[in-house]
Structure formats: structure tokens, C-alpha cells
Design a protein around this ligand. Structure first.
Ligand code: PEP
Ligand code: MG
Length: 539
């Protein structure tokens, strides 16, 4: 396919995974630069100047990005400041300059100087050795600057833009500055963590858009995060109009408030999915999924007990009702500090609660920290485990949590085996929370990140809804709450169906709450049940 030029509108199809419409110039996330063959140096002075300018450009870019994300939580600004200081290191500059005086061109001199610093850091061991990988990132940036090509990583052009990437890691997405209008990725699926983080930030996002690979930097595009449509070649004026319309629709929905109710008043709690206190918004009836692993995604050292107490207490202080999920590490959310070995089939391996089989201290420390945070704040903590597969696992988890005085203990239903035995799980725990992202992945044997299998991952599929119904019925029989906290819960199309199946709460990215509230309020409970019957029949 030829590159898509700015002239003439054209439409590209992807999967809309985070609602909202916006438009603006697109910029691609560049990969590491390829180092060309060495150039003979004819003007040493000019080459020395390139070295200095490249290092300054890297440090300046990092400082600008740090200023842009300051106050956004998760220590992103601190990380960027630390990297800027590394790029400013006079010894590094001196070594690169010596390389030039010895006959290397600026890109090769920088490459060699960074490589030597990396080795030296790695040899020191411990925390410093862990920073060695950061030097590779800085090296790629400095070499790109010296070559005059875009620096790798998220661009920071100093104006709003739509970020286009092959794919985004959770760490890339977490550190995005406020000038990113929307995300468009070539890869990714509807329940990928890129999608989840985009929703968390209220950023429109389209994934699995093959055509995006050919977008030209600077082209104005419009992005519809609900339908997945991307229109190229829009004018600057069109772009401004699209942004205005989106603000008006957001304002209309934001004007709704109050608890979740069907048209005839049947309550369905509207809860929030968050990764830290910074994600909290003044809407919803509490937190239904606190993804604690999001606090520590970029960490190479285990978070301490005190650090965890503080992070949990921050949320408990702000919101009276919080369901904390214990760390869900593995597959597309690796936690480097756990040091887990690579596995051939990570989605089927030691992830979620299963990490406890090899590292029991991690769960013990976390449960201690949650219990202590609840004590300090006077909150009633609800705790649940991810990836529970059997009633035995649920019972063992419940024992350990209750031994610490944790008030309510639950299990996530993400594995079909757990849904099939929901009634027995509910003999062990106080509530269930259905993680439809993983439940659809494991029900349909379809990788949740796989763009070509998105139809199988659609939570409106009858087999998935049948499992949700099974859980909701078990909850009704036991008199215990059964909610949904996967991305399906934030889909306004599905909310009435899930209510009709009997779930008692929907937990979603804060940005989704107004549209879901609106959708529930349009149907009576009986209408929701009819919609659920039709969906179960595949009608
Ligand atoms: C899920 O699987 O639906 C879920 C809520 O957990 P996560 O998306 O964090 O894996
Ligand atoms: Mg999950």
C-alpha cells in the first residue's frame, strides 16, 4: 500500500476500544535508529558540535516531557528527570568527544560512549545495574538526534497530536503527556492493556488498524474511538470542529449523575476501574477494580510494605468502597521485580494468583499492606484475587485474607472453570467479579491481544454471556454480589444485557460511567432481561 498522503479524505478501519472522537495531526512512535556505516571525519570541530547538540537535544526533550507529565502520578516525571540527568552527564560527553578526536563520526562516537557506560553500570550490580537498560534508550535517542532522524519513543512535538504506533507497552501508555489527543495502533486487541489504559485516561483509541502503518507524520486525521474509523486528509478546520462536537457530547453525558438504575429503578452499581489514586474521578459509586499491579509496572525492585500501605491508603481515603485486586502479573503485564522466568505460553502459565505458588511472600506482604491501609484509614477493604481457577484456590486465598482481618474477600472469574463452579466458589468467598477480558480469551482460546481474532473476543458472544449468567444465578442463589469488571462493563451497548443477566455491579474506566448510566436508564429491568435472552440466543 502506498503511504497515505494528506490530500483527499480516505477511511481506515480499526477497532474502537476507547470512546470519543477527536482529530489532529498524527505522529508516529519511531523505532530505534539504524546506525549507518561509519563516515570519515573531515571536520572534527563540526562533529564535536554534533555530539554536544545531540546530547543537549536528548536532555531537553526529556525535561520537556517531564514538565508535561508532572503531577500525573506514578513517578513518571521523576523517571524522566533522572534520565535527563544521565544524558547531561559530563563524563559521557567527554568520552563521546574523545571518540570524535580519535576519528569516529558523532553517531558512532555516541554509540560507543553509551555502550561503555552501560557496561560500567552493569558491572556495579544491584540497582545501578538495573538502570543500564535506560542507557540503551538514551543511546538510541542521542544517535537519532545526531543522525537527524526522529528520536525513538513517544514524540513530544510541543503541540497536540494523535499518537500512531505499531503497538504500545503499558509503560509507554502510562507516561503519555497531555498533548496526546488519541491513540492509534496497528496491533492490539479490544482488551489489550493499551485499550484499558487509554480508557483509564479518557483518550479515544483505535487498535488493530493495519492501515495506520502507512500514515504520514503530520497528516491530519480524525479518530472515532467507538466505531474504530479513522479518516485521513481532514483539514485543520474539520479537526477543530470534530473536537468541539466531542466536547459537547461529553458535556451532555457528564451532566448525568447519580447511582446506576434501570428505568424502573432496579439498582446496578456503577463502579470505577483504577490503577492508582490518580485515576479516581468524582463519579461512580466506588471502586470495583483497583488494578494494583499498575502501580508497579515499571519497577525493577519490589515495592516495600510501607510504600504499598501508602498507595492503598491514598485510595481508601478518597473513596469509601474499594475492591482491591491483588497483583495480577504475567503475560502482557510483566512485573520485572518478580523475576519470573520466561514461559512458552505465558497466558496459560504462572500468572495472577498462580504467582503465589512460587513466590508466596509477595501475596502475604500485599495482604498485610492492604489490611494495614484499611486500619489506618478506617475503610472497609474488599479484596479479590485474579485468575482463580478452583474452589480450593478461592478457599486458600480467603483464609489468608480473613486471617488479617480483611472484611470482604472475593474471587475474580476469568477462567471458564471458575464460572462453571461459581456456586462452589461462592461457598468460599463473599463476592465474585467477572473479568470478561480474560474470560473471553480463555473461553474462545483467542489471545486477547490478537487483532485478527477480535470478533471472537467480542463480549457479546453468547458463550461468554452464558458463563456470566451462570455466575449471576449462583450469586442470586447465595445472596452474594456478582459484578463485571472487564471492559464489557464499560460498553454502553452491553450494560442493559449484563443487567438483564443479573449482575449486580458494573465496574469500568471512569470515562465510561456517564454513557453506561445513560444506557441503563433507558430500559426497564424486564426489557434488560429480554435483551439478555436475545443476546444469549445470538439474535
Ligand atoms: C479481566 O480480565 O477482565 C480483568 C478485569 O482483568 P485484566 O484486564 O486486568 O486482566
Ligand atoms: Mg484479567
Amino acid at each position: 500500500m502506498p503511504d497515505l498522503q494528506p490530500s483527499g479524505p480516505a477511511s481506515l478501519a480499526g477497532l474502537g476500544v476507547s470512546p470519543g472522537r477527536t482529530a489532529g495531526p498524527c505522529l508516529r512512535m519511531a523505532g530505534p535508529p539504524a546506525l549507518p556505516a561509519p563516515n570519515p571525519v573531515t571536520d572534527t570541530g563540526a562533529e564535536l558540535a554534533v555530539v554536544g547538540e545531540a546530547l543537549e537535544a536528548v536532555a531537553e526533550d526529556l525535561r520537556r516531557r517531564s514538565a508535561a507529565v508532572a503531577g500525573g502520578g506514578r513517578g513518571a516525571a521523576e523517571i524522566l528527570d533522572a534520565l535527563a540527568m544521565m544524558a547531561d552527564d559530563p563524563m559521557l560527553k567527554e568520552e563521546a568527544e574523545q571518540g570524535v578526536r580519535d576519528g569516529l563520526d558523532a553517531p558512532h562516537a555516541l554509540d560507543a560512549a553509551f555502550a561503555r557506560h552501560r557496561e560500567a553500570l552493569a558491572a556495579l550490580g544491584g540497582y545501578l545495574a538495573e538502570r543500564a537498560a535506560d542507557l540503551d534508550d538514551l543511546k538510541h535517542r542521542a544517535v537519532a538526534a545526531a543522525l537527524g532522524v526522529p528520536m525513538p519513543g513517544v514524540p513530544s512535538p510541543g503541540h497536540p497530536f494523535v499518537l500512531v504506533a505499531e503497538d504500545l507497552s503499558p509503560a509507554d501508555t502510562a507516561g503519555l503527556g497531555p498533548d496526546v489527543l488519541a491513540l492509534v495502533t496497528v496491533k492490539g486487541g479490544p482488551t489489550s492493556h493499551t485499550a484499558i489504559l487509554a480508557r483509564g485516561r479518557g483518550l479515544p483509541a483505535v487498535v488493530a488498524c493495519a492501515g495506520a502503518a502507512h500514515l504520514v507524520d503530520g497528516t491530519y486525521i480524525s479518530v472515532d474511538g467507538a466505531t474504530g474509523e479513522i479518516v485521513t486528509g481532514v483539514t485543520e478546520e474539520d479537526a477543530a470542529r470534530v473536537r468541539e462536537q466531542d466536547s459537547a457530547e461529553r458535556a451532555r453525558l457528564a451532566a448525568t449523575s447519580g447511582p446506576g438504575r434501570t428505568a424502573d429503578g432496579h439498582p446496578v452499581k456503577l463502579l470505577l476501574n483504577i490503577g492508582s489514586a490518580a485515576d479516581l474521578r468524582p463519579d461512580g459509586e466506588g471502586v470495583g477494580l483497583f488494578r494494583t499491579e499498575f502501580l508497579f509496572l515499571d519497577r525493577k525492585q519490589a515495592p516495600t510494605y510501607e510504600e504499598q500501605v501508602t498507595a492503598y491508603a491514598d485510595v481508601f481515603t478518597a473513596v469509601p468502597y474499594v475492591v482491591v485486586r491483588t497483583l495480577d502479573a504475567g503475560t502482557d503485564k510483566p512485573l520485572p521485580f518478580l523475576g519470573l522466568p520466561e514461559e512458552p505460553n505465558p497466558a496459560l502459565g504462572v500468572r495472577g494468583l498462580r504467582v503465589d505458588r512460587v513466590l508466596p511472600d509477595v501475596l502475604d506482604t500485599q495482604l498485610d499492606a492492604i489490611a494495614e491501609a484499611a486500619r489506618r484509614t478506617g475503610a472497609e477493604a474488599w479484596v479479590m484475587a485474579p485468575m482463580v481457577s478452583t474452589p480450593g484456590e478461592a478457599a486458600a486465598f480467603a483464609r489468608r485474607a480473613r486471617a488479617r482481618g480483611i472484611a470482604r474477600v472475593g474471587a475474580m472469574v476469568e477462567v471458564p472453570a471458575a464460572a462453571l463452579l461459581a456456586d462452589r466458589l461462592l461457598r468460599e468467598v463473599d463476592f465474585l467479579s467477572i473479568g470478561t477480558n480474560d474470560l473471553s480469551q480463555y473461553t474462545y482460546a483467542a489471545d486477547r491481544q490478537h487483532p485478527a481474532l477480535a470478533d471472537l473476543l467480542d463480549p457479546a458472544q453468547p458463550a461468554l454471556l452464558r458463563l456470566v449468567e451462570l455466575c449471576a444465578e449462583a450469586g442470586r442463589a447465595a445472596g452474594k454480589p456478582v459484578g463485571v469488571c472487564g471492559e464489557a462493563a464499560g460498553d454502553a451497548r452491553l450494560a442493559p444485557i449484563l443487567a438483564g443477566l443479573g449482575v449486580t455491579s458494573l465496574s469500568m474506566a471512569p470515562v465510561c460511567v456517564p454513557a453506561v448510566r445513560d444506557a441503563l436508564a433507558r430500559h426497564t429491568l424486564e426489557e434488560c432481561r429480554e435483551l439478555a435472552r436475545a443476546a444469549l440466543d445470538g439474535r
